[in-house]
Design a protein around this ligand. Sequence first.
Ligand code: ADP
Length: 383
Amino acid sequence: MANLSLEAATKQYGDGDEGVLAVDELDLDIESGEFLVLVGPSGCGKSTTLRMVAGLETLSDGQITLDEEVINTRTPQERDIAMVFQSYALYPHMTVRENMSFGLEESTDLPDDEIEELVEDAAETLGITPLLDRKPGDLSGGQQQRVALGRAIVRDPKVFLLDEPLANLDAKLRAEMRTELQQLQDELDTTTIYVTHDQTEAMTMSDRIAVLDGGELQQVGTPMECYHEPANQFVAGFIGEPSMNFFSTTREGDTLVGEHFEYDLSEETLADIGDAEDVVLGIRPENVEVGDGLPGEHVFDGVVDVVQPQGYENTVHLRFASQDEDADTLTATIDGMRALQWGEEVDIRIPEDAIHLFDGVTGEALHNRVLETVEKVEQIGTA
Ligand code: ADP
């Protein structure tokens, strides 16, 4: 059991005009065994949060508890928490074995043979036994990353804190290590906070995602919740690649009037937006339909601007026909086998059951897409 709670955890660096409110009253409950990914753009307060949990930063306000005991008054060594850094922070003059045993020798009274056994067990779990007598300088980036993980695992801590641990690896290895880390965390069942600025890592690895912006928590939810039911426009734009398309509109009666289109809303959708007048309409690229002679409502004349083939799908940048060539484009993803040409005239359909609407002033979500189809897919997946 290791429940970790942050209660109004706050970090202010410096005072007055020079001061930075890096983390602002952050509330987070991480359940025992949970893999929580803390995600957000650079400078949003992710590392500061992790460092507060590890004990490398003091809190300006609030508290952190582990299994209901306040830990933010304890030294890092007294917290039973292990942190893995992006830079690996291995000692270059020590062998892998020495790097992995060093922490235990310093912080426990365990006899040497027990430490040796723990190191060998951890090395086996990570598949690095043949590397135990090598020095970090003789290892690849991926191997060094495994050793850094090994050093954390060997301590059998209550909580793992991982700060962008895969950031220095190339794309292919990063994808492999993502899977390995997930399997490892499943196996060890250790409560984990994983920090990244990469929304793909957040989506693919986490039990739940916590999205931060400007030191403030925007949303905590499963990857599916954050993707399909974003709490606000920031989360909607941050989670998902390519990003959601956004259009600023003004409501006139039952219609949203944008710069290049008018979009009629059904009674049901209208009920969700209350009396908001400035409304941002959002649609994910995979929900934009592109074709010739598309039937139904919410179809607009468009022009193909740029096509980026990805193999299994193509990312298409489109313009509304009324837009000039320098105007912002609308992104759609279409099947990779479909050919579209630059300058081709197409129909663009923005189906109402897939739109998101946000308050143009506060960014808060007023209406999220209809989830019926998504739920069906999930049920098939778990059947
Ligand atoms: P992230 O990990 O999300 O990139 P950080 O937690 O490192 O963000 O930083 C959050 C904010 O706090 C940033 O504005 C950063 O410049 C500031 N900051 C971080 N560390 C310090 C420090 N030691 N002194 C002053 N400001 C800091």
